[in-house]
Design a binder for this molecule. Structure first.
Ligand SMILES: Cc1ncc(COP(=O)(O)O)c(C=O)c1O
Length: 369
């Protein structure tokens, strides 16, 4: 392999590079809580809350994609929590998007506000110019779930640095293949790998990636003490998904763009949000910092009833929450209390052939009128 070999090729051949004759080519699942430990501990594996070879193999693979040290967790929220618990102390202020994944704000309100941590919020669209004075941590989520607003990561990082704050980027909606926040100045990335990274809607997992050695140590220590390590079977499923990430994401992104173009201008649709659309207000900044625009498209129908009828009437849609899986799915986001219109649909493109998906979506929209 050369310096120019892509991260995904390096990920695919990472294990085989280190194999001895007779070893399994596929990644073994180390289903054990304890490791053979005669005599004194010497730094090798001894108890699986501290580390497991299957988990470490997946961390190395994600590390190739991120170009950073990686710690894996049993969910995206556990990954986010690990950074908050590692960084935030009483008296600190954290700035988070008002339009990002709602459980981040719930976590800060429930666990950190009572400990004296102040949460400030700001819409993703305004994050690059937000007041960061006095902040210890600035969290961004771009594109933000579910409204798909985008912020300029490099600008946020530059301003946060000047204010003395760390930047944590939730890169779940894009993945490291479509967007590289660490290269743009973010200190740490968090992802829900439950979504496109694992990709088959069959496992909960997440990761933290950073090039900051102190932060990496703090997050890893928190995981060991809190006991939040991902299990070896789940780590294996994540590994299995990562091997096809690029192929799946290519189809999902193409499907998302095709659906966005198909619903744009449809008489049943009043607004479409997709940073890949040329007329989207975030297209220019997204084009600068993304290599693909992700699998989510959001659009607004006239009412809750129309959104429910569309989702029920589209034969290639699972009515489900989440995104990044191989089956297209959709949901009405107001049902979770997101500040969006009642008829707002978050559509998550899967890997169905594009023509089939566009035909199914168009047919279900046509049936509304
Ligand atoms: C952007 C974003 N970040 C984090 C999470 C949390 O991830 P998990 O459900 O794996 O805990 C989600 C879940 O939907 C999400 O959409």
């Amino acid at each position: 392999m050369t310096d120019k070999t892509s991260a995904i090729s390096r990920l695919l051949h990472h294990r085989s590079q280190g194999l001895s004759k007779g070893e399994a080519v596929s990644l073994p699942i180390h289903a054990t809580s304890v490791f053979h430990l005669p005599g004194e501990p010497d730094g090798s594996h001894f108890y699986a809350r501290n580390g497991n070879p299957t988990v470490e193999a997946v961390e190395a693979e994600i590390g190739i994609l991120e170009g950073a040290d990686v710690v894996c967790f049993p969910s995206g929220m556990a990954a986010i929590a690990s950074v908050f618990y590692s960084v935030l102390r009483p008296g600190d202020t954290v700035l988070v998007p008002s339009d990002g994944y709602y459980n981040v704000r719930n976590l800060l309100n429930a666990q950190f506000a009572p400990m004296g941590v102040t949460m400030r919020t700001c819409p993703t669209a305004d994050m690059a110019e937000a007041d960061m004075t006095g902040c210890r941590l600035v969290q961004i989520e771009t594109p933000a779930n579910p409204g798909l607003a985008v912020c300029d990561i490099a600008r946020v990082a530059e301003r946060a640095k000047a204010a003395g704050a760390l930047v944590m980027a939730d890169n779940t909606t894009a993945t490291p293949l479509c967007q590289r926040p660490l290269d743009l100045g973010a200190d740490v990335c968090v992802l829900s790998d439950t979504k496109a990274m694992a990709g088959h809607s069959d496992v909960m997992c997440g990761h933290v990636a950073t090039r900051n050695a102190d932060l990496f140590d703090a997050v890893k220590t928190w995981r060991r003490l809190a006991g939040a390590i991902v299990g070896p079977f789940d780590a294996y499923l994540l590994h299995r998904g990562l091997e096809t990430l690029e192929v799946r994401l290519g189809r999902m992104n193409a499907n998302a763009l095709a659906v966005a173009e198909a619903v744009l201008g449809h008489k049943a649709v009043s607004a479409v949000h997709y940073p890949g659309l040329g007329n989207d207000p975030f297209h220019q900044v997204a084009k600068r910092q993304m290599n693909g625009f992700g699998p989510i498209v959001s659009f607004t129908l006239a009412s809750q009833a129309n959104a429910d009828r569309f989702i029920a009437g589209c034969p290639l849609l699972s009515p489900a929450t989440s995104f990044g899986g191989v089956h297209s799915s959709a949901e009405r986001r107001a049902r979770w209390g997101d500040e969006v219109p009642d008829g707002f649909v978050r559509f998550a493109a899967g890997i169905e052939p594009t023509g089939d998906l566009v035909a199914a979506v168009t047919q279900a929209l046509d049936a509304l009128s």
